[in-house]
Design a protein around this ligand. Structure first.
Ligand code: ARG
Length: 276
């Protein structure tokens, strides 16, 4: 592990402590007008930790090369999903993508507000398992730091934000219908943390997937209708002003009985501590 990575981790861990004193507000307006799935348009200035992960070389320029979401957890450290860095998503090996960037401070991918910051290093969790999607996290180290105000604290194990029933918001520029309608502007949907048993029943290890509660987090709505979808992967699930999940997988999008599955951030912290 590189020194800058360890420094960024130390910074992010001190942010954790700071979070106890200075909670970030996650108050959100209630108007609903369409997806992430069942979401609404939001301004990135209200959730500056939400970033787009981009490569125009691989994904073209119409949506600024956006192909996954990410979240700022230290000034030079962005978390995304490990599967976003896989050959099956990128089409080539990660090392061959020369223009991997993080776009911060830009709500509309067609605008040129905010900043495009080159990724200096991409670290993929060596314990990521592509067959179950467990350990679905990668760390992008930025070439230049973002403002401190962009940083979202991560919720550690035992934090009340993980309790079933907690309201949470998921953010992204992904598919708004499940039919390949990718958003140009940032969207958010309100979901709830669900008991592990709901995802264990939905994903018992059948063709829809295997829910592993130690490393995954279950969130959605019992009736469906609100969810993340393709293109939202790696983006944040936020509860009580803290990061609790990264968009990882699900069966379809927004279907009743098929909740969203997220990388559990308390497990991410364990992985980061182990490797720093
Ligand atoms: N794997 C998808 C991606 O790469 C995210 C899917 C999330 N699906 C869901 N129903 N919550 O963008």
């Amino acid at each position: 592990m590189s020194r800058p990575f360890a420094r960024a981790l130390t910074a992010s861990l001190s942010v954790l402590t700071a979070a106890a004193v200075l909670p970030v507000s996650s108050a959100a307006p209630a108007a609903a007008d369409g997806g992430i799935i069942g979401g609404r348009q939001v301004q990135v200035s209200d959730s500056p930790w939400t970033v787009a992960v981009s490569s125009r070389d691989r994904f073209g320029g119409t949506r600024a090369g956006q192909f996954c979401g990410g979240v700022v957890v230290a000034r030079t450290m962005v978390l995304t999903a490990a599967h976003c860095m896989s050959r099956s998503v990128l089409g080539v090996a990660r090392g061959e993508v020369r223009d991997l960037k993080v776009i911060a401070g830009r709500s509309d991918l067609r605008a040129d507000e905010g900043a495009e910051i080159p990724v200096r290093e991409a670290w993929v969790n060596p314990d990521y398992d592509g067959s179950t999607n467990s350990g679905d996290v990668a760390v992008l180290t930025l070439a230049t730091p973002l403002p401190e105000g962009y940083v979202l604290p991560m919720a550690d194990e035992g934090d009340p934000a993980y309790e079933p029933g907690t309201r949470a918001e998921v953010y992204g520029w992904g598919d708004t219908t499940g039919a390949g309608d990718y958003a140009h502007t940032l969207r958010a949907a309100q979901v709830h943390v669900l008991p592990d048993s709901v995802c264990q029943e939905a994903y018992p290890g059948n063709s829809d997937g295997t829910y592993l509660p130690a490393s995954m987090l279950c969130a959605g709505e019992a009736r469906g209708g609100k969810d993340a979808c393709q293109g939202d992967s790696g983006g944040p699930l936020v509860a009580r002003g803290e990061l609790i999940g990264l968009v990882s997988w699900g069966s379809g999008c927004g279907r009743a009985g098929s909740p969203g599955v997220y990388t559990r951030v308390s497990e991410v912290l364990r992985v980061l501590r182990k490797h720093s």
